[in-house]
Design a binder for this molecule. Structure first.
Ligand SMILES: NC(=O)c1ccc[n+]([C@@H]2O[C@H](COP(=O)([O-])OP(=O)(O)OC[C@H]3O[C@@H](n4cnc5c(N)ncnc54)[C@H](OP(=O)(O)O)[C@@H]3O)[C@@H](O)[C@H]2O)c1
Length: 325
């Protein structure tokens, strides 16, 4: 089968298309003939910094849609040929990938394989950030960094669906701000000076919940946007800054809380919890994540260039095989 892999860390050019062995499902796993693979920012971090790469060479890719090709021993409730969306532990930039059955989801009626590939990572993540960790209550205000990206586009819609009182976004360009306003955001501000902009928008009060995938100085500035009893949830380090630290001096004055979330760690440590929250997330009606760029599998490097240039909005997909139709 064809797969896209890297043999060393570096820029998009280290991604090459190779012939690889078709993977076989182990116990509790399924093999999937891939129609589409989603591109995630974590794939860029894997390629450039070795984020969650156990060894080289490595085939990146964390989410797919497609048809079940084979079932491993002990798998129940799924059938060969069934259309599914799935989270994978790498390996999705390929014609076939294996996934643990617990993170394989039959396609809801009416959902196309193309649309299904946009959601396995992003939708449960955004849902967990707002609900499982962020404990959002109706009427509260929310601030989301990276509001025009994959997680950001869905987080705006989910916050709105949960009855948030106000939903604010932070982005790096005016074009992204215009895009994000269509997906649940009341106001979208630019990253430069966002802390004071958010204070102004909230009449000095601050927000109840802030979601941060950037880390470093952005995370510290985010803490300054919180209202009394506010919560910040860290879920990424797009800035590649050293890991942040926070303690008593930052938290005591305004009774703040800080939480964290990683879907990849949850898939490892508590897969049934992940499945339960993914099922709740998929049940929220009307959430969409527009595909703003579709690339052939062999053009994965170009998809990485686009996402790495900070110009992408919504979701980028790789079209993998004829299963895509
Ligand atoms: N913890 C989890 O479980 C989990 C799951 C999924 C995703 N994530 C994280 O969530 C974030 C969004 O992921 P995604 O896949 O949906 O990607 P994405 O949002 O479509 O693209 C990456 C976003 O990161 C923002 N960004 C901020 N600083 C950046 C920098 N220095 N370089 C490049 N981009 C930067 C960009 O927004 P602006 O240009 O507007 O700043 C861009 O929209 C990533 O940080 C990812 O690692 C975490």
């Amino acid at each position: 089968m064809r797969a896209v892999r890297f043999d060393e860390y570096g820029g998009p050019e280290v991604l090459t298309t190779v012939d690889a062995d078709v993977p076989e499902p182990g116990p509790g796993q399924v093999a999937i003939d891939i129609a589409y693979a989603g591109v995630n920012f974590a794939d860029l971090k894997a390629r450039s910094e070795g984020y969650r790469v156990p060894s080289l060479p490595f085939v990146p890719g964390l989410e797919v849609s497609g048809r079940i090709r084979a079932l491993g021993t002990g798998v129940t409730g799924l059938t060969v040929g069934q259309e599914v969306a799935a989270l994978t532990e790498g390996g999705a930039y390929a014609e076939v990938a294996v996934a643990d059955a617990v993170t394989v989801f039959p396609l809801p009626a009416g959902l196309t394989l193309r649309a299904a590939a946009t959601l396995p990572t992003v939708l449960p993540t955004a849902y967990a950030l707002l609900h499982s960790v962020g404990r959002l209550r109706a009427g509260e205000s929310v601030l989301v960094q990276g509001a025009a990206g994959g997680v950001g586009t869905v987080a705006g819609q989910l916050a709105r669906a949960a009855g948030a009182g106000a939903v604010y976004g932070v982005v790096s360009s005016a074009a992204k701000a215009e895009y994000a306003r269509k997906y649940g955001y009341d106001e979208v501000v630019l990253a430069d000076g966002f802390g004071s902009a958010v204070r102004e928008l909230t009449g000095g009060r601050g927000v109840d919940l802030a979601l941060d995938p950037v880390g470093g100085d952005t995370f510290r500035e985010t803490l300054g946007t919180l209202a009394v009893f506010g919560r910040a949830v860290s879920f990424g380090n797009a800035s590649s800054a050293p890991a942040w630290q926070v303690g008593q001096p930052e938290l005591y004055p305004a009774s703040l809380s800080v939480g964290g979330f990683s879907i990849l760690n949850l898939a490892k440590t508590a897969p049934q919890e992940l499945r339960a929250l993914a099922e709740r997330a998929f049940a929220v009606p009307g959430v969409e994540l527009p595909v703003t760029g579709e690339f052939a599998l062999s053009d994965a490097a170009e998809a990485h260039r686009v996402m790495g240039s900070r110009t992408s909005t919504g979701k980028l997909l790789l079209r993998v095989s004829s299963v895509a139709g």
